[in-house]
Design a protein around this ligand. Structure first.
Ligand code: DX5
Ligand code: ZN
Length: 224
């Protein structure tokens, strides 16, 4: 199923509650929340306290993307703040299996993100434990970067791995996604689309979200 996930990183940081309400009204499915620690990535964003306060006024699915070294230390905090899904980076976890089991024990969805240089083959043994895989289509840390074309090859490989094994796992793509390239990305096999600039940078959020949904649903209907 197609999900459109605006990334709050591109919103007005001084008016986050209003930004969430606006994309919720505009038809978003997920709210993508980018947590950056200044170590795993060269930027710092927000943490569980902000997420907790946004949770009070929103019914959106909170898709929390942790760009944090050893995120296992903070899972409990983000679950308590209201995350519906937690995504950790393969590159940031020494004991990925333990981290994934912990997320599931907290009763929320578990996802793993891969940086552009990390091949999808590293997921071979953890794949059955995952609800979603996030393919980073930019180097994490900043919004507004250009989509790395090779990401579509990675998405296609991952999609084949999932199908071959009869698994039911969402493929999320994050970085440089907008109405102009979503068709190719959907054709490669992604079904959850994160967009920061592609939504918050547009004058009409509703138009951007519905256009992204229309294009990707058309592609998905042709594939199935
Ligand atoms: C980048 C973040 C993204 C970012 C995407 O490190 O993970 O979620 O907000 O921004 P755009 O869509 O502008 O590339
Ligand atoms: Zn993200």
């Amino acid at each position: 199923m197609i999900k459109i996930a605006p990334s709050l990183l591109a919103a007005d940081m001084g008016d986050l509650r209003n930004a969430v309400a606006k994309v919720e009204k505009a038809g978003a499915d997920y709210l993508h929340l980018d947590v950056m620690d200044g170590t795993f990535v060269p930027n710092i964003s927000y943490g569980p306290a902000i997420i907790k306060t946004l949770r009070k006024n929103s019914k959106l699915f909170f898709d929390v993307h942790l760009m944090v070294e050893e995120p296992g230390r903070y899972l409990q905090d983000f679950a308590a703040a209201g995350a519906d899904s937690i995504c950790v980076h393969y590159e940031a976890c020494r004991h990925l299996h333990r981290v994934i089991q912990h997320i599931k024990e907290l009763g929320i969805k578990a996802a793993v993100a891969l940086n552009p240089a990390t091949p999808v083959s590293v997921l071979e043994d953890i794949l059955p434990d995952l609800d979603m895989v996030l393919i980073m289509s930019v180097n994490p840390g900043f919004g507004g970067q250009s989509f790395i074309e090779n990401s579509n090859n990675k998405i296609a490989k991952l999609s084949a791995m999932i199908k071959e094994r009869g698994l039911d796992i969402d493929i999320e793509v994050d970085g440089g996604v907008y109405t102009g390239n979503i068709e190719k990305i959907a054709a490669a096999g992604a079904n959850v689309f994160v967009a920061g600039t592609g939504i918050f940078g547009q004058p009409d959020y509703q138009a951007a979200i519905s256009e992204m949904r229309k294009i990707s649903e058309n592609v998905q209907n042709k594939i199935n």
